[in-house]
Ligand binder design. Structure first.
Ligand code: GLY
Length: 573
């Protein structure tokens, strides 16, 4: 937390006059507002997620002797029940894995485009976008990858029986669970979206209104689908009754997802990106995520800067951070796509000479050499969880339906929501997607292709050991949430809860606006930045949800933080 870092910093200053000491104390008090709780400590394993029920499911798997991979599988299924805006079996994601032996690995279970989709899939005969087809409804869905990804994770690093890992989620769906404030608020925000399809409304709304805290939410059809997965593994989802229901309904509603698409889906194991940064090594997401490369670019441009001396929240630090972020996001808009289809120039983007050149271009004023784009309100989509077991296996997993509650479609009888991940492709060159992101040719739709992502499950090593494992939801804001939490923890030396809770800033190059959080910046700092030419969004808003584990060397314990912006929990083994 800020307090512990600041206590360390002010202790030697006690010899200074009382006035200075009081001034420092007042700074301490004014900065401490976001430190809302202490981190959770454990001498064994830990699970951090946005859902206390799902974190408890994972911790119970660890208590039964399961590996972090076992726990991750159980948490992912549990979140598909208890956090339906993003927890899913109808979407996809990435798991970064630190096994006990062997190199770190990256399981890519990102959705793929159906065989019938191509670059013009969402365009009319005049080449214009056909409404919101990439965002809402049956045609927005890519081929779901989550079940295949979890099967692979379990096959490679799991120990407990598969059925036992699906069981807690099946039970939560069949017997129901008590809706908490976080879920009730999320359902309320998305009530209009959830009412567009009757099957979805039947489950996630209570007579047309969002379920309220204290209500019991039962999901019988989802329990049936989970039972099929529990009994038959991937075949319970990609073949048989679930697949039949999905394909039949698709045909009736102008969707294109077919049996062949489902059968062809493959989760892929990739080598994660590795890069030295200051005295650390960062291991993070490779394409088809842009996230790892962009966060390494932002950090890499600041390789030689003395960030600690600038200070957290200072105008000097924020100016530099935002300028580096703009440059990296400008690269994101053109250079990335599915590595199975295009070459991603990662080595060039992370070349120290290139990064130094980009850094040297940053002057004292904000750069405005940007293209137009419309930043739409961030939806609280995607979700991240981090698990560590007592033997040292760590899983950092981000998965998603894309927008909150994805396409809004639940196919009758299946109980799960289909993603709208197709909107992460370039639907039309020059048009921005739901996150206001400008994307390029390399990310155009092709059959079997994975859309570009910003998801950034990440580890940071110091020497041979992981000292930080983290990730976040929030589309492009993910990259900035993760980057800034790394800096907060490792450079500004906040404890992990303080690092997760500290006010964050988002810029994505286009549109040319700093997204800021309520109470996240003082008036004087903002004035300094505005004088340099920075433009702030009209209203502040909170974004992201860091779910992180970090090693506390002083106490020789692992600690965890679930972002105080939301209602998640870290549960020890
Ligand atoms: N669907 C958000 C992302 O993958 O970046």
């Amino acid at each position: 937390m800020y307090r512990s870092a600041l206590i360390e910093n002010i202790a030697p200053l006690r010899r200074f006059p009382v006035k200075i000491f009081m001034l420092l104390l007042s700074v301490w008090a004014s900065l401490a507002f976001s430190a809302t709780r202490t981190p959770v400590y454990s001498s064994k394993g830990l699970v951090a997620s946005i859902s206390p029920l799902a974190s408890e499911v994972g911790a119970e798997v660890l208590r039964k002797g399961g590996t972090a991979a076992d726990a991750a599988v159980a948490v992912a299924f549990a979140l598909s029940v208890t956090w339906p805006s993003a927890g899913n079996i109808g979407g996809g994601g990435f798991a970064l894995v630190h096994p006990i032996t062997g190199p770190d690995s990256f399981i890519d279970y990102r959705e793929t485009a159906p065989a019938a989709a191509g670059p013009d899939f969402y365009l009319d005969e005049k080449g214009e976008l056909k409404g919101d087809e990439s965002k809402i409804g049956y045609r927005a869905a890519g081929i779901p990858g989550t079940v295949a990804g979890l099967v692979l994770l379990h096959k490679k690093w799991g120990k407990l029986p598969w059925a036992s890992l699906v069981e807690p989620a099946r039970k939560l769906a069949a017997e129901g669970f008590i809706v908490d404030a976080g879920l009730s608020e999320s359902l309320t925000r998305s009530a209009a979206h959830l009412s567009a399809y009757p099957e979805t409304a039947k489950i996630f709304l209570n007579k047309g209104k969002a379920w309220q805290r204290g209500d019991r939410l039962v999901q019988k059809d989802l329990a049936t689908t989970l039972t099929a997965i529990q009994k038959r593994g991937a075949d319970g989802f990609y073949k048989g009754q679930v697949a039949n229901l999905l394909v039949q309904d698709m045909k009736k509603k102008q969707g294109v997802l077919s049996h062949e698409d489902l059968l062809n889906f493959k989760a892929v194991e990739r080598e994660p990106l590795h890069k030295k940064w200051k005295e650390f090594e960062i291991v993070t997401a490779p394409p088809p995520s842009s996230g790892g490369t962009i966060l390494l670019e932002i950090l890499g441009m600041m390789q030689g800067d003395k960030l600690e001396a600038m200070g957290s929240g200072s105008a000097e630090y924020l100016h530099l951070l935002i300028e580096c972020t703009k440059k990296a996001f400008a690269d994101r808009s053109v250079w990335f796509g599915d590595p199975a289809f295009v070459q991603n120039p990662i080595a060039k983007l992370l070349d120290p000479a290139y990064l130094a050149k980009r850094r040297a271009e940053i002057g004292d004023k904000a750069a405005h050499d940007i293209s137009p784009g419309e930043l739409l309100g961030e939806k609280p989509d995607t979700t991240h969880f981090t698990v560590r077991d007592s033997r040292g296996m760590v899983i950092s997993n981000t998965y998603t339906l894309n927008g909150s509650y994805g396409s809004g479609v639940v196919v009758k009888g299946t109980g799960f929501i289909l993603n709208n991940e197709m909107d992460d492709f370039t639907s039309k060159l020059g048009e921005s997607n739901m996150f206001g992101l400008q994307q390029g040719k390399r990310n155009q739709i092709a059959p079997g292709k994975r859309p570009l992502s910003s998801m950034s499950p990440t580890f940071v090593y110091q020497g041979k050991d992981i000292v930080l494992a983290l990730g976040a939801p929030g589309g492009p804001t993910i990259i900035n949430s993760v980057t800034q939490t790394i800096i907060n923890r490792l450079i500004f030396r906040m404890d992990i809860q303080g690092a997760a809770d500290a006010p964050r800033f988002h810029h994505q190059w286009a549109p040319d606006k700093i997204v800021w959080e309520p109470f996240g910046i003082t008036h004087d700092t903002r004035k300094i930045l505005e004088a340099k030419g920075h433009i702030f969004a009209d209203e502040p808003r909170n974004f992201g949800d860091i779910e992180a584990l970090a090693y506390d060397a002083e106490n020789q314990r692992w600690t965890g933080a679930s972002d105080s912006r939301n209602g998640g929990a870290v549960v020890p083994e």
